[in-house]
Design a protein around this ligand. Structure first.
Ligand SMILES: [Cu+2]
Length: 460
């Protein structure tokens, strides 16, 4: 009996090994996702445990373990990405989305990444910020041959340093990044308590800053634009298409931000102070940290900021460059504030009855007006809050701090219910006369009639 049982056991094992070998020879099935909603954090089914991150309007790539290697499969390919409801862009990305999925590993993991190129041109992926063998650095032409269309290359390295990284093309880089190719990478510490400066957080959000120049009415980015982009994104989404960051009151929150645009972005959080706890170079020494409410993320940089979310409410989180919180707009429209158009308008309306003037009192009107727009574009500013138009676009979203959410609940809880008496309100009693310095003019100043010389055109 013993012999027979052993024999059967051996046969079963041999069979399993045969099946496994053929299955293992294949590439891991590439996961794909086109949904723009923020996916629930992906808890690791195998390997060393870690607390997964939340990719804003994105997802983490599943992996498989094989003979001690953590295996991922990235597919570089054309994708369609909704930037916000009402506008789809034809981009390039990975596994159905732009940015590509977040890759999460643990310090010390042996990582194998298969990269299949389904682009019409060659490709190579650079693992930004990693310590790795030079030939795995992904610089096409310099450290490896390019990946031709239709081919799959394999990258192998150990994730040596815990921290915040990204991946992006290093082949026809200007075009491929302008088309939306990039992704986030997080290497979790193997023993969190032994990493100086690292603290476990309750909620850990990640997103990339990226930008596109897409002519209103079209869908493909202009890849030769250097500075004048018109769609400023968090993870290839613009307000009001960016999900809120939902946290529980008292949570320790980490937000990791990487910048793959062509300019810096001062990212500003309302209502809280944070510290820069990490950069692409690693975790900062706690003695080196100081409180901030804005962190400038320069081109090619990552920043991990941390704070305790102890103020309930809906707190804006946005780039502080005000042009970056607008959607597609023309930058060479003259400023009309204070210009009296009445006479001109009457004359034009005789010819064009619908003619109207924009921007005479500022541009807030445009956030309220339903302007006719070309197909597939977005209003310059939009978004409705509980009190009216939010008049934002681009790199803007909201940190929602709430009591009593469940541990893993990231669903939008709706607008904040302000306690009575805590909202700015109209003053309805008598307003005192403003105090003026003795001898100061009591009325508003007369409008200036001077006209600035206009640059190089000397026709005034
Ligand atoms: Cu910005």
């Amino acid at each position: 009996m013993t012999t027979r049982r052993l024999f059967l056991g051996g046969a079963a094992l041999a069979g399993a090994a045969t099946v496994a070998r053929s299955a293992l020879a294949a590439l891991p099935e590439p996961a794909s996702r086109t949904d723009t909603n923020t996916a629930a954090p992906l808890a690791p089914a195998q390997g060393r445990p870690y607390r997964p991150v939340v990719t804003l309007n994105g997802w983490s790539l599943p992996f498989r373990l094989r003979n001690g290697w953590k295996e991922f499969h990235l597919v570089a390919e054309p994708v369609v990405r909704e930037l916000a409801p009402g506008m789809n862009a034809q981009l390039w990305g990975y596994n159905g989305s732009s940015p590509g999925p977040t890759i999460e590993v643990v310090e010390g993991d042996k990582v194998r990444i298969f990269v299949t190129n389904r682009l019409p041109e060659h490709h190579a992926v650079h693992w930004h910020g990693q310590r790795l063998p030079n030939g795995m650095d992904g610089v096409g032409g310099l450290t490896q041959p390019h990946i031709p269309p239709g081919k799959t290359f394999v990258y192998e390295f150990e994730a040596r340093r815990p921290g915040t990284f990204m991946y992006h093309p290093h082949a026809d880089e200007m075009v491929q990044m302008a088309m939306g190719m990039m992704g986030f990478w997080v290497t979790h510490p193997r023993e969190p308590r032994r990493v100086p400066g690292y603290v476990e957080c309750d909620r850990d959000f990640v997103f990339l800053l990226n930008a596109f120049d897409i002519e209103p009415g079209s869908a493909t980015p202009k890849v030769n634009t250097m500075l004048d982009f018109n769609l400023w994104c968090f993870n290839s989404r613009v307000f009001p298409g960016i999900d809120p960051l939902v946290v529980r009151r008292g949570d320790r929150v980490r937000i990791r931000i990487g910048n793959l645009t062509m300019t810096n972005h001062p990212i500003h959080l309302h209502g809280h102070e944070f510290v820069v706890a990490g950069t692409d170079g690693g975790w900062t020494n706690p003695a080196s940290r100081w409180p901030e409410v804005t962190v400038d993320v320069a081109v090619g940089q990552m920043r991990a900021v941390e704070f305790v979310a102890d103020e309930p409410g809906d707190w804006a989180l946005h780039c502080h460059k005000s042009h970056h919180t607008m959607n597609a707009m023309g930058h060479d429209v003259p400023t009309m504030i204070g210009v009296d158009h009445r006479e001109v308008v009457q004359r034009i309306q005789k010819l064009v009855p619908d003619y109207m003037v924009m921007g005479e009192r500022g541009m807030a009107d445009m956030g309220e007006m339903e302007m006719p727009l070309p197909d597939n574009t977005l209003p310059m500013m939009s978004g409705q809050g509980p009190f009216g138009p939010v008049e934002m676009g681009g790199m803007f979203t909201v940190l929602k701090v709430r009591e009593g959410l469940a541990r893993n609940d990231y669903r939008d809880p709706g607008p904040y219910a302000h306690p009575a008496g805590t909202v700015a309100r109209e003053w309805t009693d008598a307003a005192p006369e403003p105090q003026r310095a003795p001898g100061a003019a009591s009325a508003a100043p007369a409008p200036l009639r001077a006209r600035k010389p206009s640059g190089h055109n000397a026709h005034h």
